[in-house]
Design a protein around this ligand. Structure first.
Ligand SMILES: [Zn+2]
Length: 45
């Protein structure tokens, strides 16, 4: 699991609440809250 505001690394993360996928393409990118529902918890895809 990954949490918003952390830097989990490159990859695609799927919102545990609504399933929206967020892709981080840089190792230093911060995972934002879900752009669709604001949820902070994601699963790695
Ligand atoms: Zn969501």
């Amino acid at each position: 699991m990954a949490e918003a505001t952390t830097r989990p690394g490159k990859g695609t993360y799927k919102c545990k609440n609504c399933g929206t996928e967020v892709t981080l393409d840089d190792q230093g990118d911060q995972l934002p809250p879900c752009p669709s529902c604001g949820n902070k918890y994601f699963d790695e895809v």
